[in-house]
Design a protein around this ligand. Structure first.
Ligand code: GLC
Length: 752
């Protein structure tokens, strides 16, 4: 009998006195105070080094966290693993020749870019299945913070600038994950709007913006998907740490929204300025990854009355109610071999459907006569980025690059250029391993971006002779703990601009098209160069099948149907929020400033001065030019919309519109429904997204009628006078649109 079988037999015998959902009361009575305190603190590895967040070596190597076991009571340890793009565990285990790869799914912004809740739920099912089969009980995702500003380092892990899109997509993913019998842990609750000084920055936000923008997505997801867990954010919200913020964790999350799971902290140890009893009292049940000193602190707080026994018991009960739901409690015999081939197909479909065609003057789809050869520029064409870096990365077996993806669909790449880049990638990877900045610990987690190389005009001319077109990949990498710079990260580097200029000059001389593929989880500047090229595809970081998904779109195997879930500004300075966002921040020089212990804008505090005017709510209302509007995305075909039909019955607006494929190829269309509220009363955005739907694949000439519902309560704005939601009476303009700047039809309805 194998060691593991003996262990599971032992566990089964021991669990005879199991923690059954119906005898938790008895269990609590028999727990010692020490056991109760231990249950609220994770069990980090003894040799846990701060900064290796999400890395422990018990049970499943590389999983993020472990909770305390009490065998005599049948309470097993439970396990959580990252992250929003798939199961983050080590692929290597000491003394084990087998590799443990997980599937790299598309990053959050790409999933949201599909505007397809059903597809995202399927991704959630696959993600949940891998969580289960690799022996974990919770996956620490989705990330549901708002894209307040393009410079935030973790935007790739979040869905949108809009709370409604965030809520719909987050709900779909959580439902998918939890349908597999494991828990989701949406994060980072709340207002984790930047990475700069994320452990301590005070996110100052008006009550209205907090409810309408930063909490609205979480609210929809909690009410409709009932997550097992929620992760409180590192930062403060209006002066109070999220992890001891009673307003957020109890008054709103539990009393208003009805959340009945557990709240765990983000991965941090004892905080000198945050007594652990304050966390427990406010509704934060579990301290992760957990240090022994935190157990001592809980015991001391109980003993001297700072932590009432009732508060301790409340969290213990929540932990037990959570534990009895977990696969580990149920002794689920996980296989460690999920169906990764099937999941690869799902990730490819989602990645393909999330891509957004930003420009196309007819160069796409590319002809695939079988004899086509492409000149493929840009380092990341050959080192394609599956996802971001940090806890949100996934250790995948292989990332399909553009060469492989194109080749699989009958498109070859010019051999000399391919050889140059492939040899450079090998060299650059080796060099990076010794060159990388040890402070950038998360660079070990995921694919760092290799520096671009210069390709001379002479080389470009040589390649152009045998190529029918050029593709240039522009890539960006980002991750937790650090925000993006403006120069060379939001904007292109001189080298990238030169590459686009040279390739365009040479290929256009020969009437050959130039296509740019953007392999990034974040928005970049486009206006300064987009007129030089024939087509631009935002490929995001679409998961491990990246090159295949890009080829699916470039060859027309799949007509692009993704749309932007965040505004692409002309300049990053056009965002109102940029005035209050840390820029070109150097965390090392800041140490000196910290000694002065005085408020520093964007560092010790960030004032969300723009209030609700985030993204299109700002650009649309203040009539600001944008590069690409919220909701924008081209297809290879065209669509016509009928006049919308809007009916109000029993406080529900039903909006229906018929979409016709008026082009020559099949495609899917995302219809957005925006609502303009009646004038007067509170200031309101010009319009707000209140519903959306996506057609099935429509063949040329086919049509489909989409019907969407908007509850009257969905039209509410948050009143700071009454501290509650208010729906103004009057005429509401209901618009069906292809994007925020392309309204196709309007109907007006009176609401009392
Ligand atoms: C990290 C991240 C969080 C992650 C956790 C565990 O610091 O902020 O998203 O789930 O720690 O790795």
């Amino acid at each position: 009998m194998s060691k593991r079988m003996i262990l599971s037999l032992l566990t089964a015998v021991l669990s005879l006195g199991t923690v059954m959902a119906d005898n938790i009361d008895e269990m609590m009575k028999s727990m010692t105070l020490e056991e109760k305190a231990r249950l609220l603190v994770g069990v980090a590895d003894e040799d846990y080094e701060p900064g290796t967040a999400g890395h422990q070596k018990q049970f499943v190597y590389g999983a993020a966290g472990v909770t305390y076991a009490i065998p005599r009571l049948g309470i097993p340890s439970t396990l959580s693993c990252d992250g929003p793009a798939g199961v983050h565990i080590d692929s290597v285990r000491p003394g084990d020749s087998r590799r443990y790869f997980a599937t790299g799914f598309p990053i959050a912004s790409c999933l949201a870019g599909t505007w397809n809740a059903e597809l995202v739920e399927n991704v959630g099912k696959a993600m949940g299945n891998e969580t289960l089969e690799y022996g974990c009980d919770i996956i620490l995702g989705p990330g549901m913070n708002i894209h307040r500003n393009p410079l935030c380092g973790r935007n790739f892990e979040y869905y949108s600038e809009d709370p409604y899109v965030t809520g719909v997509i987050g709900t779909a993913l959580v439902k998918g994950i939890q349908s597999q019998g494991v828990g989701a842990c949406p994060k980072h609750y709340a207002v984790n709007s930047q990475e700069t000084e994320r452990f301590s920055v005070d996110e100052q936000v008006s009550e209205r913006a907090l409810h309408e923008i930063y909490l609205r997505g979480f609210e929809k997801m909690v009410r409709e998907a009932h997550p097992w867990c929620i992760m409180s954010a590192y930062n403060r919200v209006n002066g109070v740490y999220a992890q001891c913020n009673k307003l957020l964790l109890t008054d709103i999350l539990r009393d208003d929204w009805g959340f009945n799971g557990i709240v765990m902290t983000d991965w941090i140890g004892k905080r000198a300025d945050l007594p652990v009893e304050e966390a427990v009292k406010s509704g934060n049940d579990l301290m992760m990854p957990g240090y022994p000193v935190q157990i001592e602190d809980i015991l001391a707080a109980v003993k001297d009355g700072r932590l009432p026994m009732a508060d301790l018991d409340r969290s213990v009960r929540r932990m037990l109610e959570f534990i009895v739901k977990t696969p580990r409690y149920k002794n689920y015999r996980f296989s460690e071999s999920p169906d990764r081939a099937a999941h690869a197909a799902i990730t490819r479909q989602a990645g393909t459907e999330g891509m957004v065609l930003l420009k196309n003057n007819g160069a796409l789809p590319m002809a695939t006569t079988g004899k086509d050869t492409i000149a493929l520029f840009g380092v990341n064409s050959y080192d394609f980025l599956s996802g971001g870096v940090g806890s949100g990365c996934v250790n995948v077996e292989k990332v399909v690059d553009m060469v492989s993806g194109l080749k699989a669909q009958g498109i070859a790449t010019t051999p000399t250029l391919t050889d140059i880049y492939q040899k450079y990638v090998q060299y650059a990877r080796v060099k990076l391993m010794v060159d990388k900045n040890p402070l950038m610990w998360f660079l070990d987690q995921g694919q760092p971006k290799l520096d671009e190389i210069e390709i001379t005009e002479r080389c470009i001319r040589h390649e152009a002779q045998e190529a029918s077109a050029a593709i240039i990949t522009i890539a960006r990498q980002a991750g937790e703990g650090i925000d993006r710079q403006i120069d060379g990260e939001f904007t292109l580097t001189d080298l990238e601009q030169t590459m686009i200029q040279r390739v365009s000059d040479v290929f256009h001389e020969q009437n050959k098209p130039v296509i740019v593929v953007i392999n990034s989880g974040s928005v970049i500047e486009t206006v300064s160069w987009r007129d030089k090229v024939d087509a631009i595809l935002m490929a995001w970081q679409p998961g491990q099948e990246g090159g295949n998904a890009v080829a699916d779109v470039l060859t027309g195997k799949v007509s692009p149907s993704g749309k932007l879930t965040m505004t692409w500004p002309v300049s990053v300075y056009d965002h109102w929020s940029t005035r209050n966002f840390p820029q070109d921040y150097d965390m090392y020089s800041y140490q000196r400033l910290r000694q002065r212990n005085r408020p520093i804008k964007g560092i010790t505090y960030t004032n969300h001065e723009e209030g609700i005017y985030v993204g299109y709510r700002y650009f649309d209302t203040y009539k600001k030019q944008v590069a690409y509007p919220f909701g924008f995305g081209l297809s290879y075909t065209t669509f016509a919309y009928s006049r919308p039909n809007v009916k109000l019955r029993n406080d529900v607006l039903t909006v229906s519109v018929t979409v016709t494929n008026t082009g020559k190829t099949a495609g899917k269309e995302v219809v957005q429904v925006y609502v303009h509220a009646p004038e007067g009363g509170m200031d309101k955005p010009e319009k707000e997204l209140r519903a959306f739907a996506k057609t099935r694949l429509l063949q040329a000439g086919e049509k489909e009628t989409l019907t969407m519902e908007i509850r009257k309560s969905d039209l509410a704005s948050w009143s700071e006078a009454s501290h509650g939601w208010e729906v103004a009476s009057g005429d509401y303009d209901v618009m069906v649109a292809a994007n925020a700047n392309d309204v196709r039809g309007t109907a007006t309805v009176k609401i009392k």
